[in-house]
Design a protein around this ligand. Sequence first.
Ligand SMILES: Nc1ncnc2c1ncn2[C@@H]1O[C@H](COP(=O)(O)O)[C@@H](OP(=O)(O)O)[C@H]1O
Ligand SMILES: CCc1ccc(OS(=O)(=O)O)cc1
Length: 285
Amino acid sequence: MTDDYVWFEGIPFPSTGYTPELLRDVWENFVFKDEDVILLTYPKSGTNWLIETVCLIHTKGDTKWIQSVPIWERSPWVENVTGYDVIKDKEGPQLISSHLPIQLFPKSFFSSKAKLIYLIRNPKDTLVSGYFFWRTTTFVKKPKSLEQYFEWFMQGNVIYGSWFDHIRGWMSMREKENFLILSYEEMKRDTRSTVEKICQFLGKKLEPEELDSVLKNSSFQAMKENKMSNFSLLRGSHLTENASLLRKGISGDWKNYFTVAQAEAFDKAFQEKLGDLPPELFPWK
Ligand SMILES: Nc1ncnc2c1ncn2[C@@H]1O[C@H](COP(=O)(O)O)[C@@H](OP(=O)(O)O)[C@H]1O
Ligand SMILES: CCc1ccc(OS(=O)(=O)O)cc1
């Protein structure tokens, strides 16, 4: 494994499990079924929390699936070698994950009825979460300091490219009825309502005790203890021994790491790049 990037159409990808040929094949040839459900995020936005939640909704709160199958097999990644191999010829509706920016997403989606949930997070927390996580992986370039990672993030010189471009691209879908936008902050603030919103979007009806089980078993603590969800199975291969996906699981941790100057520079860039979008799309503001 190397800790540099694989590049495709100007975007950096992890150096393991991704190739330009596969990314092109996925983009041009992968066909979604109308019944598929897609979970899409910019990395470190709460992806795995969303996957765990949707898996538990799918099983009506039964924990057998989440406790016996690794999270990346329950909702395979369309853009990496392992995930694509699993989903490309599989019959029936599937749960599929992706971090792809809209311009590289399989073209078939835009004429399908497949449902897509796009989870966003305060980018300052996404940045801090990424800084700590990528240092413990074996497949991306490591920053020497938070200052350096801050510069890379602002320039989009990190895996899956610019957060700002990712958001602008996918937000253009916000009026479509097969597209649901959620935020990590709202999911933290009122998890029950967010789960109900997901159920409504997916057309799933849960009994009160089933909903309680979804909440209990997708909590930070439950996921931290679930070896099928906490990435401990990847230690020694993709991750170092001290790696932790479930780091803090809070909103606003950026305040412990950003300098005043960094916070001001970030706000300025946000205003310049996304200031024309409705502020209510960004509930952390
Ligand atoms: N059940 C849960 N509740 C709250 N946060 C969770 C969570 N599961 C994962 N997370 C947080 O989501 C982030 C990882 O995102 P992703 O799944 O996209 O890689 C981590 O944030 P922190 O590093 O800020 O703790 C992790 O702690
Ligand atoms: C191997 C590629 C890889 C693994 C884990 C990742 O983290 S996350 O699922 O987005 O939290 C990202 C890429």
